[in-house]
Design a protein around this ligand. Structure first.
Ligand code: BGC
Length: 721
């Protein structure tokens, strides 16, 4: 499918350039197809090809290596042409994970490419190419890039690198691009005397600088998410050096190619450039924006923006935990928590399709799912929320997009995974296996390394098992697979086993955390008739915690749904709108411009949590925005892919107005409410020709066939303001 050899260099070069001169008699439609073991960018006659970065992205390369295609018609000329590739190590062989693994996929970086003009090959990679050093002297995902425009670039020796081309695949995912440029908000001279540029927003990306004509030297840039006591702070990057260095003479514009940083602040040494010569380039997978929430409440709107920025910062070719430290891995639990919110915010179909292909590729023989995909750690299991991503994410994507291939492509993996999960059970309860449990919940006893919350781990994972079984049965029903009945039966057995072990006859749950109570409600672990009593217990629990959030990764995505869907919408809203520590808006009040990893990543005194592991750009807790889209704005897929739409707005105490839009695959849906002068006005718009049910609070549903609707009601009893 792709002609040409994979070629690298014999020498041990971190970055190198391969080049070929070739003649073209007649110009015409010119197509370059390329991929690399490592990262590459191509230049044709000195012009950079395309606007994508970090190609070919990160996949489990030995199983799937994406090939990119570029239309280079305008760049090819009649006569002599030069095609070159600059190749870096990237994820293929560069340093990865906090234990600094290198050469995860292979020992040698290489590129493979073919260029055709009017369908005929005019150049393809082979041993006849020339090689030399690059002005990029070093580049690493975690450590940054060193560029020296003044250095000699020695000749290197090209060589063919063996690679099994059966792993080659068409590009499925989107492309990473520089999607936005941010100007410097403030130039800061810190108490320690550091020169720091503040871009006002925590992003994934790089800085771009312009040196003046009279420049002669080296500029070193470091990157940080926060200032502590006004000073530049990088402890939370752990071993990631996140340092770019640029040596040049004269006027040049510089931004690194093969890296990205998670930062808001950039510290500069070696020069003091004016703010106009410095900017930040936001770098992540380019996706169509589909969702919007706006309320006029400053804190809340900033929080929504933080969730969106959290997605942008962590959708860098794969869904990552964080973009700044020596991690940036495809943690399955994090994206499982955040997936539906992500799908409201952006069209994530291509992005997730590509990642799910790797989840399948990386599933173990015994059916276990790695904790990070691509599997850079070699850890796998049947962990609640984390490994369950293999089941829950395809289902979520099917609900959002109606694309049945999310189910058909993944059902074999799901079945195999559930067999692995079943192997961890005894009498219907999960009793074995590793668990991250309610990761980072604040409800446990505070002693060293207690980061998994207080919820009974085996209860939690048994509940997730029951949830998986329901999804598997529903998928089987959609696909007409004979396993449906078996999964339903097993789910009943698992639920009975959980009830027998953990639920009292009146519906109290043995594990008394908010997470346990929320999960028991949300996943129908307690019988329907016990739900009113249990939701009361949960609401009291929330009140006793003054509506602060203490749930972790596994409980948080379901907490507000459990309350709202069982008659305690107001309690859900109180938790959502709580501004005190810990809570979503607390972070905003503390100056967050993205969502933090821990509720207490900054403690109320403005200091980083002394226990470490503080990322200021982790999307997992941003998963609550799903609740706002689906239960406050009330925009819901009543049938997969919004074939049928439900709009059920419910005013949230503390938000006098709210406007949400979602550009579904069936067209744009808008839902808004506004409380004014004792009245409440709902404005709803759904695509023409798509059946839509509108449900106003306390009223019978109105069936429509799309259109624009305005309803004015008395605001009595609605505690909005
Ligand atoms: C990551 C997480 C991840 C967790 C699992 C952390 O280091 O940043 O977000 O899900 O480990 O335990």
């Amino acid at each position: 499918m792709l002609k040409g050899d994979f070629i690298g260099v014999k020498e041990d070069a971190n970055v190198f350039v391969l080049e070929k001169r070739f003649a073209v008699k007649e110009t015409g439609r010119a197509i370059l197809r390329a991929t690399a073991l490592g990262l590459y960018f191509a230049e044709l006659n000195g012009a950079r090809v395309g606007d994508a970065f970090l190609t070919p992205g990160w996949t489990s390369y030995n199983k799937m290596l994406q090939v990119q295609e570029y239309d280079v018609t305008p760049l090819v000329k009649a006569g002599e042409n030069v095609l070159s590739f600059t190749v870096g190590e990237g994820w293929y062989k560069g340093r990865l994970t906090w234990v600094s693994k290198t050469c995860l996929y292979g020992e040698k970086s290489a590129v493979c490419a073919e260029l055709t003009v009017n369908g005929a090959a005019v150049a393809e990679t082979g041993a006849d190419w020339t090689a030399r050093e690059s002005a990029i002297r070093f580049s690493g995902i975690y450590d940054g890039e060193t560029v020296d425009l003044t250095c000699d670039r020695k000749a290197l020796t090209p060589c063919v690198v063996a690679f099994d081309k059966s792993a080659l695949a068409e590009q499925i995912g989107g492309y990473v691009r520089n999607t936005e440029r941010l100007a410097v908000k403030e130039v800061i001279h810190t108490p320690k005397g550091e020169l720091v540029y503040d871009f006002g927003q925590n992003i994934a990306g790089v800085a771009e600088i312009r040196t003046p004509e009279n420049f002669d030297g080296t500029i070193v840039m470091r990157f940080a998410e926060i200032l502590v006591d006004g000073n530049f702070y990088t402890d939370n990057l752990r071993s990631a050096k996140a340092t770019d260095s640029f040596t040049a003479k004269g006027a040049h514009t510089f931004s690194p190619e093969f890296t990205f940083h998670g930062f808001r602040y950039m510290k500069m040494e070696g020069a003091e450039l004016p703010a106009e010569s410095v900017s930040a380039l936001v770098r992540h997978t380019d996706m169509e924006r589909t969702g919007l929430i706006e309320t006029g409440d400053e804190l809340f709107d900033r929080f929504f923006q933080n969730v969106v920025w959290g997605q942008r910062g962590n959708f860098v070719d794969i869904p990552t935990d964080c973009p700044q430290r020596d991690e940036r891995l495809g943690w399955t639990g994090d994206i499982n928590a955040f997936c539906r919110t992500a799908a409201y915010n952006y069209d994530i179909r291509a992005f997730m399709k590509k990642w799910l292909a790797d989840v399948r590729n990386e599933q173990t023989e015994t059916g276990e799912i790695p904790h990070v995909v691509p599997d850079a750690l070699g850890w796998h299991g049947a962990d609640a929320l984390w490994s369950d991503a293999a089941v829950m994410i395809p289902w979520t994507l099917y609900q959002m997009y109606g694309d049945i291939s999310f189910l058909s492509e993944n059902f074999a993996m799901i079945k195999k995974y559930l067999a692995a999960k079943e192997a961890n059970t005894e009498n219907g309860l999960v009793v074995r296996g590793h668990e991250y449990a309610d990761w980072l919940a604040l409800d446990g006893e505070k002693f060293k390394d207690n980061i998994r919350g207080r919820t009974d781990r085996k209860f939690l994972t048994s509940v997730f098992y029951a949830a998986d079984l329901k999804i598997a049965a529903d998928i089987a029903a959609v696909l007409g697979d004979s396993s449906e009945k078996g999964y339903r039966r097993r789910r009943e057995e698992v639920i009975s086993a959980i009830r027998a072990e953990y639920v009292t006859p009146n519906g109290r749950v043995a594990s008394d955390t908010m997470t346990a109570q929320a999960l028991a409600l949300h996943f129908d672990i307690v019988p329907q008739e016990c739900k009113p009593a249990l939701v009361q217990v949960l609401a009291e629990n929330a009140a006793a915690h003054e509506y602060r959030v203490t749930t972790g990764f596994s409980g948080t995505p379901f907490l507000l749904f459990a309350l709202a869907d069982n008659g305690c919408f107001d309690t859900a809203c109180k938790i959502l709108m709580n501004e005190e520590y810990p809570g979503w808006l607390y972070e905003v009040k503390m100056g967050a411009t993205t969502v933090w990893e821990r509720w207490d990543s900054l403690t109320p005194d403005g200091k980083p949590n002394p226990d470490g592991m503080n990322s200021y750009n982790h999307y997992a807790y941003g998963s609550v925005m799903e609740f706002v889209y689906r239960r406050v704005a009330g925009i819901e897929a009543a049938a997969p892919g919004f074939e049928k739409i439900k709009v059920a707005p419910r005013p949230c105490e503390g938000l006098a107005r709210l406007r949400a839009e979602y550009d579904s695959v069936r067209g744009k849906i808008c839902s808004s409410y506004e409380c004014k002068d004792g009245k409440i006005v709902y404005r709803i718009r759904t695509p023409e020709g798509v059946p839509a049910q509108i449900c106003l609070p306390g009223e019978a549903p109105i069936e429509t066939d799309g259109g624009e609707f305005t309803y004015e009601r008395a605001a009595d009893g609605l505690p909005v303001g």
